[in-house]
Structure formats: structure tokens, C-alpha cells
Design a protein. Structure first.
Lengths: 354, 356, 274
């Protein structure tokens, strides 16, 4: 006799609440994370008692490193987000991404020399790098659809050539882009550094330009997230990230989408070059450094994820700056150690797809 | 054209299984390799120290390290940029455990203790790199191994107690044993040739063993391999370990040939050059990396003169290499070997059509 | 002509001693799923599946597209773990075991779209399958022609009538021949239970007849689950049927009962099918 199931049992698809279920399944981890967050907030917002400072050093050092790390994270996010976007949609590991960063920086420098405008240099850098990006996509990658490895090799060859040509034109010296006058100097923040014996509270003064750039990076990040989740192009990009073949089968103008995304990612890297040139400096070898930084950020945060790039950039920026202050000789290595730990525990990255 | 073509197996066809078969038949099939081997063996009679050690010797060493990359990429489908790093680990370790110009750090243990230790540490590192990348897909592997390679670079640059930072180590001589001073050009050359030939033969042989065949299966269809009983991750890690062995030996030879090691021996540029060498030569046969290496070394040695002769700045060597690499990837992704195959196929078919 | 029984009996023994002990003990069900659910994000592909198959039983799992059949198969083979519930294979809890461990305990599977090694020959494909469930996977010693495993390889190739193309590359085979090779791979070693994922897909009527012949000729101790769209083929080679719908089990019973059932007819056959 065949067994039958009732209609109620067959009907419907059960929807689950993901976060609620996660907390339910990992109550201890959730508690630990909550405690850590509260402790971190106290560290930052409250003045440190004297005994604490004797052990861990001055709060001023800590808070400075914190701000340096966060703003550096903003710079890393600008570079890495383009990289992760390009990989997420088109599966290219664009090893010429560092070259784009450097090229943007150099072109931006030339623009400031020529026009004296810092803001305009961003436009120039974006445009130049976007053009290079379009050329790369149209002339080279479109002819090698689906051959991921080969495309990566091509970017490698291009990066070697670009790097050498840039040394030829601009030489090996470090170039610094001047901060525009309106942004020069420190800015007061509401973070308490210490309390003087007179009772007067000392607040942190931090470089205005770094805060402004960080704010801009956040705006760009939020803008990208909104574009991805609220516009039609964004939906196409996210669908393409999930299933590229499906997207072309559905008849969307996939090639045009690829060109737009590549140009945007390249332009973003170029603008980041100006930021780096202002924060630090640009010179030969920086293309390698920032390519590697992008790699580490994206491995930690998760390939193809913009929030992942933000999280990874923050972690790496903080680790580098705290490393410089507290672990002198091993600041860079600390970032790589974090990367190795993430790889061992969660190979797809912290916010990467499973 | 695929970048990672079918590698030469025919492991279970009638000939492969019978192993040796007729010696003369084997010899005629491998005539080119045999002639090359012969030339290499008698080379010291004709060539001076520079050509012997700096050109051919260096090519053989780079070829070995690139061979370890080719093994992983061609047979395993995993492009690992960490092979030069593995070689660098071995090179540093033999300086630390053996002889160098820094008594403050080096332990001055005899070579027959220092070398095995250095190889063991390097293989452990290579296996660790494999363990970290084995669960990821192909392109991700490039990223991870590149990041690991640069991590090691920064470590050697910033660490002074063990790696002596920026300066590195000098005066790391090849040892005396069996009454021979292996540091002298001709013995050094033969030692390098021996290990290069050994690693070449090992790779060719292994590719037709159950392990090698399983590795190629893992390359082509990892999901299916799991479903017929293979532990894909374990196979990949084992492949990394074997490749690390070859790279480690190459690293020690490099240090003995070069007499020094520094962070810039394991920098990102050098690491990427190994990939370029392997790709230019061709990833589908173990002779490829050696072909790529000799091309690279010849270009590197004579680039300055040839560039100036064409009226270009002699310092633009990197652009030249980059262009050559790009041309190969765009037009002959299976490298020089691919060009050779297509050319000889065309020559054979035109000869046969001429004979009609 | 080589008999299936003889070939399969000659296969090398399973590596895992656990498997041997279980076979000796002859306990309970071959496959047992309890409360298995599988979510992809918020989508419930499988909901609370409880299923038992006895050793040697031949079962069909039927249902329309999206019913969850392939997801169910993947949970049993271990391609991905269930979100909740347990999977037992011959009494042993394998819920968290990776696929290759389950294969070494005697489970086998074929794929709906042939997953073969296109750039290797037929013989090399079968060799890999035989080697995968025997010792020497990591061997650094070349296999000689006289090794017993090569005899197993030849026998399997004969079993599925592919002797004429044994040394051709798989990429050069016709579709039907590739499907035959899929089955040969599943028969390698000493299988105790096989999962066939739409084995009749893309086969001509003649080839379907061959498929039915091979399936019915399998030794009695090898049970299988066959997932199919094509009711004709499926119902001829099984003794019991499980019907799925929307990720749940909808009906179970003997083939003739299912065929005659009203609800099944409404859902899948669009009306009368007397």
C-alpha cells in the first residue's frame, strides 16, 4: 500500500532567519565577540588609568596608531575594492592592478603640477586608468574569454612592462603629492587622550587630510554597495558574480558590463594612487607593494565581496600600524600571519562565499 | 589553446606498461633528449668557466626550480608561485646551519648535516604552502602563493637574528668530499648537471606512476576523483611536497653557485621570473622549464648589448622579458614546446605531401 | 562474454576493514537517512527526509525537476553535508565523512552529465577508478601489464562493451559510449551500493535496452538507487519507488502501485495513463 503525505506537509518553502540561527548555534562565540567589542570601545573612549598606561604605554600612542590604521585601511579599501570587484565578476586576478595604482599616482602628480588642483587630479587619474582598463578589456581579455589562467598571465606580463616603462619615464625617486592648503594641519576629534592633573581633558588632534580621505573612502564604499544592491546594473553585476554563463544566456550585454566594471575598478585604483601619494609617497616598487596589499586584503576579507574588502582593509591597516608601534620589526609580517590564519581556518575569506 | 595542455602520459598504452621494451626503440623516440644530454656532458671540454657556471649552470638550476613549478602546474593544475621561495628557504637554511661569513649566526655544521636539514625545512615549508592552497581553486592558488612568497621576502628583510636582514649571507661554499673540491667550476657544473638530470628523470618517471596519473586526474576532474575514492586534498599536498624537494635541492645549488643569498634573491620579481621561465618554455613537458631557463639566461646575459645595438636603452631588459612573455601567452600558450610541436608537425606533413 | 557476476566478484576487496566487518555483520539498512534537511541560504532544497534502503534493494527516486532528487544524492555521497539530520551507510554514521571515505566503504555513484577524464583514454579512466578503491594510490612505482589490477580493468571494459575503443581518448567517444563508461567506473572495486543519477539521459531506445540489461544483471548483493525522469526505464529495474516533490518525500510504494496512483498521475503524467 502506498503511503501518502498530507497537503499541508507538502506545501510551502520554509524560510530561515540566518543571523538568529547563527547566534543560536554559536552562543559562546557570540558572547565572546560581544565582550571583545565592549572592551575595545572602552579602550578607545575612556581615559586610561595610570597603572594601565604603565603596562601598555601611553594612550596617545594607541589612539594615534588606531587612527593611522583606520585611515590606512581606507586607502587599502580603495585599492582592493577595485581588485575584488574585477575578480568577483570576471574572475580575472588582475596582477596589473598595482601598476594602475602607480600610474594613477604619477598622472595625478603631473596633473597637480600642471593645474595646481588636487581635486582635479583625481579626475585625471580616474580617467587615465579607466582608459587603460577599457583598452585591456577590449583588446586583450575579450579574446580570451573563459581562460582564467591565461588572462592572469597576461596581466602579469603587462605589469612587468608597465612597471619598467614607468621607471623609464619617472625614474626611481619617490614623489610626494602636496596636500592642498585647506586640508593641511590637524583637526580636533572627540577622542580623549588623557586627563591632565588640572582636570582639563586633552583630545586627540589628527591630520585633517587623512580624515577627509577616510570619509571619502567610506562614501565611495557605501556608494558602491548601494549601486550593487539598488540599481539595475548592480543586480546584473551580482547575478554575473554568481553565475556568469547564466547572465549571458539571459541576453544581457555582458561585454559592455565587463568593460564598465573593469574601467571603474581601474579608475578606483588610479585615484587610490593619488591618496597614497598624499599620505606617503609614490615610487618604483609601490606597484608591487600595493598589489600585494590588495592580495592580502582580499584573501582575508573574501574574494568578490566589497564588505569583505572593507573588513580586510581595516584589519590589515590596523595590524600594520599597530605592528609599527608595538612590534617594531615585524609589522609587515604580522599582516601575513593574519592572512595565513584566515586561510587555515576559513579559506574563502572572512566574508567570502562558502 | 589551453595554457595547461595534456601532459605526455600514454601511461597505460601498450608501450608504457611494458616499461623498457626494446632499448633501441626507446632511444630513437628520445633522440633529442639523448643528444642534448651528451652535449651537456662534454661541454666542459669546450666552454670556459663563465659559460659553464654562469650561463649553463645557472640555467640548469633555474630550470630545476621552474621544473618544480611545472610539475605542480602542468600535472596538478596548480600554479604555485612559492617554488622560488622554497628554494630560498633551503638556501638560507644551509647558510644558517652550515658555513658562511657570519659566525655570529651560522652554526658551521658539516654539509652532510646542514644540507639534509635545510632540505627538510624547505620541504616542510613547501608542504605547508600546499596545505594552505590545496583546498582552493586554480587562480586563487596564484594569489595565495604569491602572498606567501612576499611574506617570506619581508621576513628575511626585517629579521636580523636569523636572516641577517637586508644584507643576507655571503661566502657559502660548496663542500669538499670524495677528494674533490666541488666549489671549482667543472665539478660544480657536473654536480648541477647531475641533480638537474635526476630531477628531470624523476618527474618524467613519476608522471606515469599511479601517483602521477592520479595527480593528472585531480587536475582534470577533482570532483570525480573524490567520487572514485581519491583524497584530492592529500594528493595535492603530496604533490607540493615532491615539488618542494626538487626546489629545495635547486636552492642549495643556487647558493653554492652564487656564493651568497639575500632578501633580493627571493623577492617578488625573482619569484615571478620563475613562472615566466616555466611558461615560456612550456608547461606540458618537463623539458620546457629548462628551455625557458636557457632563453631567460641568454637574454639576461646579453640583453644590454643587443638592446643598445638596436638603439634602445640597455636598461629596458624587464620590458623585453615582459614582451616576450606576453607574446608567448598570447600566441603560443603552450610555450616554446608548443611552437616546436606545431612546427615539426607541419614539417612532417609537408614532407609527406611532398613525397606523394 | 564476461558475466557481470564474475567480474564484480573478482574485484579487489575494499580497503577499509570497517567495510569488511560491516559486510560480515550484515546489519540493518544499507542506506538510512533520518531527518535530513538541506538549505541553500533561505531555500529549502530538502526538508526532513527519512529514507531507508536495505542491502541489495533496488529503489527508484522519482520526481520532477527541482524536487530535490540530485540534492538528496549529493547528501548521500557527501558532496555537501546536510544542514541537519544524519546519513548512515551500512549502519555507520557517515554524515560528516568526505566523499572519498564513503567511496572506500563501498558506495559508488554515476553522474547525470558524464564526469569523465576527457583527455585520458578509456582504459586509463577505468584504471583510475579501480586504483581509487585499492591500495597504492600514492605509489611511486609504475604499474606493470601483469599486475592483477590490469585484469580487472580489462574485465570491466568488456563488461560495458567498450573493448573496441579501450585505447581511444574519452573525448572522442560517442555520448552513449561515455554513459557506458560512467557505469564501468561505478562498478570498479567491490561496490556495495550504487547511486545512479539519470543514467538514461540522452540515450537512444536501443541504448536504453542495454542499460536495463546491465542494471538487471548486477549481482544481488549490490543495491542501488536510481534517480530518473524517465519512468519507463526506472520502473523496469527497481522493486520499490520513492516519489519526491518540493524537497519532501511524497509517496513510497511498489512500482505498479505508483504507476496506478491517482495523485502521481495528476502531478506527473497530466491525466490518465491507463
Amino acid at each position: 500500500m502506498a503511503t501518502t503525505y498530507s497537503d499541508e506537509e507538502i506545501k510551502g518553502v520554509k524560510r530561515g532567519d540566518a543571523l538568529g540561527r547563527w547566534i543560536g548555534r554559536h552562543p559562546i562565540a557570540a558572547l565572546v565577540i560581544a565582550v571583545v567589542v565592549i572592551f575595545a570601545l572602552w579602550l578607545v573612549l575612556a581615559p586610561w588609568p595610570a597603572g594601565f598606561e604603565n603596562i601598555f604605554g601611553k594612550k596617545w600612542l594607541f589612539v594615534n596608531a588606531l587612527f593611522n590604521g583606520i585611515t590606512l585601511g581606507g586607502l587599502y579599501f580603495l585599492v582592493a575594492s577595485g581588485f575584488t570587484l574585477i575578480f568577483g565578476l570576471m574572475r580575472y586576478v588582475n596582477l596589473a592592478h598595482g601598476s594602475l595604482y602607480l600610474f594613477g599616482g604619477y598622472m595625478g602628480y603631473e596633473a597637480t603640477q600642471w593645474t595646481g588642483s588636487w581635486l582635479f587630479s583625481f579626475v585625471v587619474a580616474f580617467a587615465c586608468c579607466a582608459v587603460v582598463g577599457v583598452a585591456m578589456q577590449v583588446l586583450i581579455f575579450r579574446r580570451m574569454e573563459g581562460e582564467d589562467l591565461r588572462q592572469t598571465m597576461v596581466t602579469l606580463g603587462l605589469s612587468i612592462i608597465f612597471s619598467d616603462l614607468m621607471v623609464w619615464v619617472w625614474g626611481g625617486d619617490a614623489i610626494q603629492i602636496d596636500t592642498p592648503d585647506q586640508l593641511l594641519g590637524p583637526m580636533p576629534t572627540p577622542i580623549i587622550v588623557s586627563v591632565k592633573s588640572s582636570g582639563e581633558v586633552v583630545f586627540l588632534q589628527y591630520a585633517r587630510v587623512r580624515l577627509v580621505i577616510f570619509a571619502a573612502a567610506v562614501l565611495i564604499g557605501v556608494g558602491m554597495w548601494l549601486a550593487l544592491h539598488r540599481t539595475r546594473i548592480g543586480v546584473m553585476i551580482r547575478a554575473g558574480v554568481d553565475d556568469r554563463d547564466m547572465l549571458s544566456v539571459l541576453g544581457y550585454r555582458v561585454q559592455l558590463l565587463f568593460v564598465v566594471v573593469f574601467a571603474f575598478g581601474a579608475g578606483l585604483a588610479g585615484m587610490a594612487g593619488i591618496v597614497g601619494g598624499t599620505f606617503q609617497s609614490i615610487s618604483l616598487g609601490e606597484d608591487s607593494n600595493f598589489l600585494l596589499a590588495s592580495l592580502v586584503v582580499v584573501i582575508v576579507g573574501g574574494l568578490g565581496s566589497i564588505p569583505g574588502a572593507a573588513l580586510g582593509a581595516l584589519i590589515i591597516g590596523l595590524s600594520e600600524q599597530f605592528g609599527v608601534v608595538y612590534f617594531q620589526n615585524y609589522s609587515t609580517v604580522l599582516a601575513f600571519v593574519i592572512m595565513v590564519i584566515v586561510l587555515a581556518i576559513r579559506p574563502q575569506g572572512l566574508l567570502g562565499r562558502g | 589553446m589551453a595554457l595547461l595542455q595534456t601532459t605526455d602520459t600514454s601511461a597505460l598504452g601498450a608501450q608504457g606498461l611494458q616499461g623498457n621494451g626494446a632499448l633501441s626503440r626507446w632511444a630513437s623516440q628520445h633522440a633529442a633528449i639523448l643528444i642534448l644530454g651528451l652535449l651537456l656532458v662534454i661541454l666542459p671540454a669546450a666552454a670556459g668557466e663563465f659559460i659553464l657556471v654562469q650561463v649553463v649552470g645557472w640555467s640548469l638550476i633555474l630550470g630545476m626550480i621552474a621544473l618544480s613549478l611545472m610539475f605542480l602546474a602542468g600535472y596538478g593544475g596548480m600554479v604555485s608561485l612559492a617554488q622560488m621561495t622554497v628554494a630560498g628557504v633551503a638556501g638560507y637554511m644551509i647558510a644558517v646551519f652550515g658555513t658562511s661569513s657570519l659566525p655570529a649566526i651560522s652554526l658551521f655544521w658539516p654539509w652532510w648535516v646542514a644540507a639534509p636539514i635545510a632540505i627538510a625545512i624547505a620541504v616542510a615549508f613547501g608542504t605547508l604552502a600546499g596545505a594552505l592552497s590545496a583546498r582552493t581553486e586554480g587562480i586563487y592558488t596564484i594569489m595565495i602563493t604569491l602572498a606567501l612568497a612576499s611574506a617570506f621576502f619581508y621576513l628575511t628583510l626585517q629579521n636580523w637574528p636569523i636572516f641577517n636582514g637586508f644584507n643576507g649571507f655571503t661566502t657559502i661554499p660548496a663542500p669538499h668530499f670524495l677528494g674533490v673540491n666541488w666549489k671549482a667550476p667543472v665539478p660544480l657544473y657536473y654536480m648541477i648537471l647531475f641533480f638537474a638530470a635526476l630531477s628531470y628523470a624523476a618527474v618524467v618517471y613519476i608522471s606515469r606512476t599511479p601517483f602521477g596519473l592520479a595527480l593528472q586526474g585531480v587536475r582534470d576532474n577533482p570532483r570525480r576523483m573524490e567520487a572514485i575514492g581519491y583524497n584530492v586534498t592529500a594528493h595535492r599536498i603530496a604533490a607540493y611536497a615532491f615539488a618542494a624537494l626538487i626546489a629545495a635541492i635547486g636552492g642549495i645549488l643556487l647558493v653554492w653557485q652564487n656564493n651568497q643569498i639575500s632578501p633580493f634573491s627571493v623577492g617578488v620579481n625573482v619569484v615571478i621570473n620563475i613562472l615566466i621561465i616555466a611558461v615560456i618554455g612550456g608547461l606540458s613537458h618537463p623539458i620546457g622549464p629548462f628551455i625557458g631557463a636557457i632563453i631567460y639566461v641568454i637574454l639576461r646575459t646579453f640583453a644590454l648589448d643587443s638592446l643598445v645595438a638596436v638603439g634602445l636603452d640597455g636598461r629596458r631588459f624587464q620590458t623585453l622579458i615582459g614582451l616576450g612573455f606576453l607574446v608567448i601567452v598570447l600566441f603560443s600558450p603552450d610555450g616554446v614546446i608548443g611552437l616546436w610541436r606545431r612546427w615539426s608537425a607541419r614539417a612532417l606533413s609537408s614532407r609527406s605531401s611532398n613525397n606523394r | 562474454m564476461v558475466s557481470t557476476r564474475a567480474v564484480v566478484a573478482q574485484q579487489q576487496q575494499p580497503v577499509s576493514s570497517i567495510a569488511e566487518r560491516m559486510a560480515a555483520a550484515g546489519t540493518g539498512n544499507a542506506i538510512e537517512l533520518r531527518g535530513v534537511s538541506r538549505f541553500f541560504g533561505a531555500l529549502a532544497a530538502l526538508t526532513d527526509i527519512t529514507l531507508s534502503v536495505r542491502p541489495g534493494e533496488r529503489r527508484a527516486v522519482l520526481g520532477s525537476n527541482g524536487a530535490g532528487k540530485t540534492t538528496l544524492l549529493n547528501c548521500v555521497t557527501g558532496d555537501f553535508p546536510p544542514t541537519s539530520g544524519s546519513v548512515r551507510f551500512f549502519g555507520e554514521d557517515v554524515t560528516t565523512l568526505p566523499p572519498h571515505e564513503r567511496i572506500r566503504r563501498g558506495l559508488r555513484r554515476t553522474y547525470q552529465i558524464s564526469l569523465l577524464f576527457q583527455r585520458l583514454t578509456v582504459r586509463e579512466n577505468v584504471y583510475l577508478a579501480c586504483r581509487g578503491v585499492s591500495r597504492g594510490r600514492f605509489s611511486f612505482i609504475r604499474t606493470s601489464a601483469r599486475d592483477s589490477i590490469m585484469q580487472s580493468v580489462s574485465d570491466l571494459i568488456s563488461l560495458v562493451h567498450l573493448e573496441s575503443v579501450a585505447d581511444r581518448l574519452v573525448g572522442e567517444l560517442a555520448h552513449g559510449q561515455q554513459r557506458q563508461l560512467e557505469i564501468a567506473l561505478a562498478l570498479a572495486g567491490a561496490p556495495r551500493f550504487i547511486l545512479f543519477d539519470e543514467p538514461a539521459a540522452g540515450l537512444s531506445p536501443n541504448e536504453r535496452g542495454d542499460l536495463v540489461a546491465i542494471l538487471t544483471a548486477l549481482p544481488a548483493h549490490i543495491g542501488y538507487i536510481i534517480i530518473e525522469h524517465d519512468m519507463d526505464v526506472a520502473l523496469r529495474v527497481v522493486e520499490s519507488v520513492t516519489m519526491m516533490h518540493n524537497g519532501r518525500i511524497f509517496k513510497e510504494g511498489a512500482p505498479h502501485e505508483i504507476e496506478a496512483d491517482q495523485e502521481v498521475q495528476q502531478l506527473y503524467l497530466g491525466g490518465g495513463n491507463a
